[in-house]
Design a protein around this ligand. Sequence first.
Ligand code: HEM
Length: 190
Amino acid sequence: MNGPSWRVPLGRRDGRVSRSSEALANLPPPSANITQLKASFRSKGLSDRELAILSGGHTIGISHCSSISNRLYNFTGQGDTDPSLDPNYVVHLKRKCSPTDTTSIIEMDPGSARTFDTSYYTLVRKRRGLFEADAALLNDNATRNYVLRQGNSGGSNFFNDFAASMVKMGRIGVITGNRGEIRRICSAIN
Ligand code: HEM
């Protein structure tokens, strides 16, 4: 997808049991505000700047309509739309996602959802970040500054930042000692 690559440290221990409930308990929801996002990332040892960098992962991939239906159709429980979203984009998103649609998918970075680039930050700047959690990056000095710098010459290098942050994120909760096992195949227990 034309993105950066990085060296993945090998030979570390991994768990033998995976539970989807544990994953959800550790992930912020798409409706998270900046305070919740910062707290969630800090609880894993990731800084506010790394929150802004890793959110750039949304330059690729898709979302289900259900992840944004509240934002489009029932933001405060009054049948309203999130005012932080570009009204022209709302029209476009509503055409793609009806209120009760739980199966359709939409590109998070339309037209460039299979290319890893800095266009995510352009979208957020234009108030077209898909989730409240994307829009929220504009509500804090550190994350806002990072978003605004991308694409400007002299700004920091998103690709290098992303690679370094991915390596750091990969260190979260690594287990040691006798727990778990070193897998022979990364995606399967031995
Ligand atoms: C900052 C907090 C984050 C929130 C609230 C969040 C939320 C979400 C949501 C709601 C979806 C769509 C799920 C669906 O409806 O199917 C999604 C997709 C995705 N997220 Fe995040 N995310 C966050 C951080 C990250 C990070 C740190 C990365 C990677 C560095 C990442 C990479 C992705 C990718 C690649 C997809 C698309 C998956 C696909 O195409 O199937 N996200 N995210």
